[in-house]
Design a protein around this ligand. Structure first.
Ligand SMILES: Cc1ncc(COP(=O)(O)O)c(C=O)c1O
Length: 287
C-alpha cells in the first residue's frame, strides 16, 4: 500500500518546552503520530506494511502489556490484513487486560503460550515450525518479530533523524531493545556534533548497550548509555518518578508514559546539559 494512504501523521512536530527552565529544551512529539500506533510504533511498522502484499496474513508476538500488539492490530485491521498475536503467558486470555481486549476488538486472533516457549521463540529469532504455524492457523502468515523489529524498523526509525530541521547539541531518548536509537544512529552523519543520550528503561541491558555503543563508535558519534535510571527495571517505577511525571503533565499538558518517557524526564532533571537539547517523545499508550 502507498504510504500516502496511511492515517499516520508524520513528520511529527518539534515543540519548545519551558517546563525545565534551566535547559534549552525541545520535544519531538512522535506521540502525536497516532493515538494507538503511537511514537516509535509506526516508525517500526511502516516499512513492513509497505512491502506486504494485499491481504497477506501476519503472525506477531508480544507480552500482555506490549505497545506493539495493539499497534500491529490496529494497523493490520486498517490496512486489511488478518493478524495473529502470540502472547507471553499461558494463564492469560483476551479479557486479562484492556490491552489484550483492544487487540481482540481489532480482529487480532490471540494465542497464549508459556514464558519458556516464548523465550525459546525469541532465542530462535522467531523461526516458527510448520507444526506451530498449523496450530495457530498461520501457515501462510508473514512473521513480524516482537516489537516490530527488523531492517524495516531501523530504516523507519532513521526517519526521525531525517525529519529534523537542524542538528541539536543533545538528543535524549528512552530505550528498550535499542532499535529506535539504532535507526537514528544509522541515519546520523559520521562525527555528528549531536551527543546522543540513551536512558535504558530496562535493568541490565548490557547486550543492547554494547550493540548501540558499537554502532555509535563506528560512526564517531558521542553516546552516553544511562543504565542507572530504570527505577527497578521495565514496568517498575517509584512514587518520586510518578510525582515528577504528574508535575510535568500538569505543567505542559503533554502525557508521558511511566515506562519510558518519565525516565527520560528524570534524566533531564538530573543532567546539566548545555546547548540545544531535543527529547524524542517515543509515545506509549495505556488502555
Ligand atoms: C513508548 C516506548 N518508548 C520507547 C521504547 C523503546 O524502543 P526500543 O525498543 O526501540 O529501544 C518503546 C518500546 O518499543 C516504547 O513502547
Amino acid at each position: 500500500m502507498e504510504s500516502s494512504q496511511f492515517p499516520f501523521s508524520t513528520p511529527s512536530p518539534v515543540q519548545k518546552l519551558t517546563a525545565l527552565p534551566e535547559l534549552d529544551l525541545y520535544i519531538k512529539r512522535d506521540d502525536l503520530i497516532h493515538p494507538v500506533v503511537s511514537g516509535n510504533k509506526w516508525r517500526k511498522l511502516k516499512g513492513f506494511f509497505e512491502e506486504l502484499p494485499q491481504g497477506q496474513a501476519i503472525l506477531t508476538f508480544g507480552g500482555p502489556y506490549s505497545n506493539h500488539l495493539p499497534a500491529a492490530a490496529f494497523s493490520a485491521k486498517f490496512l486489511g490484513h488478518p493478524i495473529i498475536g502470540i502472547v507471553r503467558g499461558e494463564e492469560l486470555n483476551a479479557t486479562s487486560n484492556a490491552n489484550l481486549a483492544y487487540c481482540q476488538s481489532q480482529g487480532m486472533k490471540l494465542h497464549f503460550i508459556s514464558r519458556s516457549d516464548y523465550r525459546e521463540l525469541r532465542n530462535m529469532g522467531w523461526q516458527i515450525s510448520s507444526a506451530q504455524k498449523e496450530l495457530w492457523e498461520a501457515t501462510h502468515a508473514r512473521t513480524l518479530p516482537e516489537g516490530g523489529a527488523g531492517t524495516h524498523a531501523i530504516e523507519g526509525c532513521g526517519e526521525i533523524w531525517k525529519e529534523l530541521a537542524e542538528e541539536p547539541d543533545h538528543l535524549v531518548l528512552a530505550s528498550g531493545t535499542g532499535t529506535t536509537v539504532h535507526g537514528i544512529l544509522h541515519a546520523m552523519p559520521e562525527n555528528s556534533k549531536t551527543h546522543v543520550h540513551v536512558v535504558s528503561a530496562v535493568k541490565g541491558a548490557q547486550r543492547e548497550c554494547a550493540a548501540v555503543q558499537a554502532t555509535a563508535q563506528s560512526k564517531g558519534i558521542h553516546l552516553h548509555w544511562e543504565d542507572d535510571l530504570h527505577f527497578g527495571g521495565f514496568g517498575k517505577w517509584t512514587p518520586e518518578l510518578l510525582a515528577l511525571r504528574a508535575q510535568f503533565e500538569s505543567a505542559t499538558g503533554i502525557p508521558i508514559d511511566p515506562n519510558y518517557n518519565a525516565k527520560v524526564l528524570a534524566y533531564l532533571h538530573r543532567q546539566q546539559l548545555s546547548g540545544k537539547v531535543l527529547w524524542l517523545h517515543t509515545g506509549g499508550v495505556s488502555f
